[in-house]
Design a protein around this ligand. Sequence first.
Ligand code: FAD
Length: 479
Amino acid sequence: MPEMIGFLKPRQAVLDRRQEIVADLKDLLPKGCLISEERELKPFETDAFLAYRRLPLAVALPETTEQVAAVLKYCSRYGVPVVPRGAGTSLSGGAIPQEDAVVIGLSKMSRILDIDLFNRTATVQAGVTNLNISEAVSADGFFYAPDPSSQLACTIGGNIGMNSGGAHCLKYGVTTNNLLGVKMVLFDGTVIELGGKALDAAGYDLLGLVCGSEGQLGIVTEATVRLIAKPEGARPVLFGFASSEAAGACVADVIGAGIIPVAIEFMDKPAIEICEAFAHAGYPLDVEALLIVEVEGSEAEMDAMLQRIIDVARRHGVTKIRECQSALEAALIWKGRKSAFGATGRIADYICMDGTVPLSQLSHVLRKTGEIVAGYGLRVANVFHAGDGNMHPLILYNINDPEDAARAEAAGNDILKLCVDAGGCLTGEHGVGIEKRDLMLHQYSRTDLGQQMAARAAFDPEWILNPSKVFPLEGRPAA
Ligand SMILES: Cc1cc2nc3c(=O)[nH]c(=O)nc-3n(C[C@H](O)[C@H](O)[C@H](O)COP(=O)(O)OP(=O)(O)OC[C@H]3O[C@@H](n4cnc5c(N)ncnc54)[C@H](O)[C@@H]3O)c2cc1C
């Protein structure tokens, strides 16, 4: 299939030394922690941005920070690019390797190191899954708030790489709002610590810079995160509308009225049908758009907030309101929403956009998105974090049809530009990766990007860390 997005040309000097590099890395790692056979490299050739793939030179699976440091020290010495990898669920191609790169996978570093309920923190290795953290503290009445739909698989290291969000981030914030500290290995093997258990650190907010840096500033090996006390109760409520525009306008007015529920998730009719067929969650099939609104707190608090939301929804002609009656019903409602991407994958290949828009633009952008995708002769299902204005049009196509794939990518680019032009941005939570790299100049001036690249170069002057991603290939400083 012809590729629309280019990768960096592999460094020939690295390819020529492949055997030697593999042998040297084997010496640095315990037995079984270096993969170099083509058959075993296959699972690492792509991530959840499936249209692009490259076999890496080798995959290192270190078990300790010291081993990560040893591999990075070696790679920087010989100019070998490095691609950090958690679970490989990136939707923007952030973890896709290149032919001359060593992938450093954190999957063997999956221990919870410390749970400190007094300070409400957990310190974990980077390969711990997002859901594992909440599971580990659930019996004590706590949870870790950012909840990507991929939370069963994705790692805290990947969440930090992408500054990931999730349905419940409307109230609790995304990864950066819940991250307190990291241990990180720099490109040359130096180990640093940023932040700690306290809420703020002195000096520049380097932790904020690292969160969302897509594996380009260093490899996180440990993270300390905030734990949140579980609310007294939580209740998802379904609101059905006769049009996507009405649902979008309702979201804007709820937030505009100063009402912040825990979550406001949006599904249009195609998404409702896809998710209902998979999860049997009881979503209404006779509406054009659905909002899942979750309120939490005591019964009285939930009732009061819900009443205010219902009042706003009525002004937008809500046609159906269903309050969930049991924990089982609530679990099914969330199962349907959180399985949306997987359920869509049952009926078609898809690429998932991630633009974010000001809420006042939601209805307009939803309508234009439909027009753009239809203009390319394709179909779209919309399911997204509406309260944050973080849109996820899933453009359905056939990955084995090159023309279809090119149309899907072109439609995606048009949608992302639309989001930027509407006052929003290219990515709400999935990161730039390779997917949106070449659109960065639509959002930023060359001067803006130059400053960002200078910050990156201060951490990694040789650009060996995940070099094909985030910044357009043209206009980079010479390494
Ligand atoms: C079905 C599905 C649903 C999803 N839902 C959501 C959602 O609701 N919200 C959301 O935000 N995302 C979502 N995602 C996207 C994805 O799960 C997130 O981006 C996630 O944080 C990636 O974690 P990972 O462990 O798979 O990281 P990877 O995909 O392996 O890597 C992601 C990026 O982080 C870097 N990285 C990984 N580990 C480290 C480390 N230890 N140190 C430094 N850099 C590192 C990588 O180089 C890469 O750039 C979804 C994906 C899928 C497939």
